[in-house]
Ligand binder design. Structure first.
Ligand code: ZN
Length: 157
C-alpha cells in the first residue's frame, strides 16, 4: 500500500491535540495528535510550495518540497556528519584514555588537549545520533507556515 512512487514523497500534516506532562518524580509526557497523510509531488529540480489542509481543523499548511537530488544530497551530508562525529568520538576517547591513564611527574598538569578531548567526546556523543536520526527523518519537505500546533511529519515508505 505504501509503495514509494518515484517523484513523490509521503508526509503527514500533524495537528497536536493535547500535550500534557504529568508526574513529579517520573515525568510522563502524553501527546495526542491527528495526522493527515499526503503524498506530494517533488519538483523536477529546485523546490516548490504545496498547499495542504489539516483534516482536524481545516487549517491551511504550506510546505516546501525539494527535488530528489537535493534531498539525497542533504541526507548524504547528514550521514557524513554522523560518521565524522563517530570518528571524533573514537579518536578523542582514545586520546583521553591514553593521556588520562598516564602517571604524571610531580607538578606537571595534563596537556591542554585533554579537556578539549573531553569536550569533543561530550559533543560527539550528542551529535552522532542526532545527525543520524535527522538523516533518516529528512524528507526534503519543510514547513513554511502553519498555525500553531501544526507540523509536517515524515512518513516511512
Ligand atoms: Zn489542525
Amino acid at each position: 500500500m505504501n509503495r514509494p512512487i518515484p517523484g513523490t514523497v509521503q508526509i503527514a500534516v500533524r495537528h497536536i491535540l493535547s500535550d500534557h506532562t504529568t508526574g513529579v518524580m517520573t515525568r510522563t509526557r502524553r501527546i495526542t495528535w491527528q495526522d493527515t497523510p499526503y503524498r506530494v509531488r517533488r519538483p523536477a529540480s529546485g523546490k516548490h510550495t504545496v498547499e495542504l489542509t489539516c483534516s482536524a481543523c481545516d487549517a491551511a499548511v504550506r510546505a516546501e518540497v525539494r527535488d530528489e537530488a537535493a534531498t539525497r544530497r542533504t541526507t548524504g551530508i547528514l550521514r557524513t556528519l554522523a560518521a565524522l562525529s563517530v570518528l571524533v568520538l573514537v579518536m578523542a576517547f582514545g586520546y583521553a584514555v591514553h593521556e588520562g591513564g598516564k602517571t604524571l611527574p610531580e607538578g606537571q598538569s595534563l596537556p591542554v588537549l585533554f579537556p578539549i578531548s573531553i569536550i569533543a567526546i561530550a559533543l560527539a556523543i550528542f551529535a552522532a545520533p542526532m545527525f543520524f536520526v535527522t538523516s533518516l527523518r529528512y524528507t526534503g519537505v519543510s514547513k513554511l507556515d502553519a498555525p500553531k500546533l501544526h507540523g509536517i511529519m515524515p512518513v516511512r515508505n
